[in-house]
Ligand binder design. Structure first.
Ligand SMILES: Nc1ncnc2c1ncn2[C@@H]1O[C@H](COP(=O)(O)OP(=O)(O)OP(=O)(O)O)[C@@H](O)[C@H]1O
Ligand SMILES: [Mg+2]
Length: 212
């Protein structure tokens, strides 16, 4: 079983977008449980909108349920809420082998993400390298200053960037249909798919190893 947590305490950084797109791609490779830990239930409502013609995936929306009660599946993708308390963060990190951290390009995103990464570093299991982290630069528009500043911010902190996702309406369209961008029948997604191949590779290599 591969378990990956999509996390950033900054609201709106792209956690649900990453979690749902990842779940959609993994559903082509095995059984997927999307664990919606957010009381806003965005991932759960995304699954409700999903067409029956797309690969099936299960969703669990009970934030307080013990992770050990989750039904068995090849992949579990945890969609975390914003603003997690340290204790809950520690509990969640105990359960996963890999962590994906989307970071948006505004200075608010970067400032809040810096604080979040410091908090993460205080957690022993993370510091000891028992959970692999991959950062996703999200909503990047190469032509704007924000995108360039985000790249500089990530390089400065020497963060392991696994992918850079464009600021694109494709993500908005896909989310409205309970789909991932790869499910949209359009050639427009082609340029973005290599980034998802990198995310998938990261997850397949680093998602084991829970409960060391
Ligand atoms: N790469 C992108 N391109 C365009 N829009 C995006 C992209 N990533 C996210 N969005 C949009 O930004 C908004 C916030 O994204 P999302 O809901 O994934 O963030 P979140 O971190 O899950 O938020 P929350 O902290 O509230 O759970 C959504 O409307 C989503 O469609
Ligand atoms: Mg969300």
């Amino acid at each position: 079983m591969i378990r990956v947590l999509v996390l950033n305490s900054k609201g709106g950084s792209g956690k649900t977008t990453v979690a749902t797109n990842l779940a959609s791609l993994l559903a082509l490779r095995g059984s997927v449980l999307l664990a919606d830990l957010d009381p806003q239930h965005s991932s759960s409502t995304w699954v409700e909108r999903r067409s029956e013609h797309l690969p099936k995936l299960s969703v669990m929306a009970d934030a307080d349920r013990d992770f050990r009660d989750y039904p068995p599946s090849d992949f579990v993708v945890f969609d975390a809420p914003a603003g997690l308390k340290k204790r809950r963060l520690e509990d969640m990190l105990d359960e996963v082998g890999a962590l994906l951290v989307p970071i948006g390009p505004s200075s608010f995103d970067m400032d809040a993400s810096r604080l979040f990464l410091e908090k993460l570093d205080e957690i022993k299991r993370f510091r000891k390298g028992k959970v692999r982290m991959g950062v996703i630069a999200n909503r990047v528009n190469a032509r704007t200053k924000g995108g360039q500043q985000l790249q500089m911010f990530l390089a400065d902190l020497q963060l392991p960037v696994v992918a850079t996702l464009r600021d694109s309406q494709l993500y908005v369209r896909a989310s409205q249909q309970g789909a991932g961008i790869a499910d949209l029948r359009t050639t427009e997604t082609r340029a973005e798919l290599p980034q998802w191949a990198q995310i998938l590779r990261f997850v397949m290599e680093g998602g084991h190893g829970a409960r060391a």
